[in-house]
Design a protein around this ligand. Structure first.
Ligand SMILES: [Zn+2]
Length: 252
């Protein structure tokens, strides 16, 4: 652990990539688990597509409003807050998240790269207009002020590409990282999983934090087989020790 803390303090570029695991610790069900109540008979894969929105915009809209209401009940957890603290205390900490719930931003992390968009926003399919979804209860789909068409949730749907800017920023961050943390992600879904490989190819030290083993576990330099909130809190505690004490220890 102390060696890792030494790396953390010395690193010029630290990248965190987070996935569903860190949100689950806040009580947010994973995408496929979320189908309960009225929505039990629908499959997420059938609602989260451009085709579904085209065919029945109100159905898809109501599903997203329901999910937004679920998310609004949850708060950032110690894992989210620890990343913010690390970003505030160390230089050049970049966060890439696959989560759409906006909890990292709520926890105060800055310049979050939203790999799969942000469910708290709506966007236009035809122009660059993006706006905050101001009312989670409304069944009226807001309209684009420029195009007068339905706005849609600003998330990446099945069959869609990662937004160009998020993709480019993520690849740049991963390729420049000295230290790359993969947190709460199964590392099975590409292209996100490819970012760990890209960081590895560019000689980054890889840290995996996930309760279960993943395809990346064998290539990671440090593995914390535990929840993000637990592992990141421990890192924060050691990070807070006086610098000399940390630097003189070579064991992990
Ligand atoms: Zn528009």
């Amino acid at each position: 652990m102390h060696k890792l803390i030494h790396f953390l303090k010395q690193a010029n570029n630290i990248v965190f990539m987070t996935g569903a695991g860190i949100s689950a610790e806040s009580g947010i069900p994973t995408f496929r688990e979320a189908q309960t109540g009225l929505w039990e008979k629908f499959k997420a894969e059938e609602l989260a597509t451009p085709q579904a929105f085209e065919q029945d915009p109100l159905l898809v809209w109501k599903w997203y409003q329901w999910r937004r209401q679920l998310i609004a009940k949850n708060k950032p957890n110690p894992g989210h807050l620890a990343i913010t603290k690390i970003q505030n205390e160390l230089k050049h900490v970049t966060l890439i998240t696959q989560n759409v719930d906006g909890l990292h931003q709520e926890a105060g992390t800055r310049d979050v790269i939203e790999f799969h968009g942000n469910i708290r926003n709506n966007k236009c399919s035809y122009c660059s207009h993006v706006e905050n979804n101001s009312d989670n209860q409304s069944d009226v789909i807001p309209q684009c002020p420029n195009c007068e068409v339905n706005l849609r949730p600003a998330v990446v749907w099945f069959g869609e590409s990662i937004p160009e800017s998020a993709s480019q920023q993520s690849m740049q961050a991963a390729s420049q990282a000295d230290l790359f943390f993969s947190v709460g992600t199964s590392s099975r879904v590409y292209p996100a999983a490819g970012l760990v490989e890209l960081a590895r190819q560019n000689k980054a030290t890889i840290v995996e934090i996930n309760p279960n083993a993943t395809p990346m576990t064998s290539i990671a330099d440090y593995v914390f087989a535990e929840p993000a909130s637990v592992a990141l809190q421990r890192i924060i505690e050691v990070l807070s020790l006086p610098g000399d004490l940390v630097n003189t220890k070579s064991n992990i």
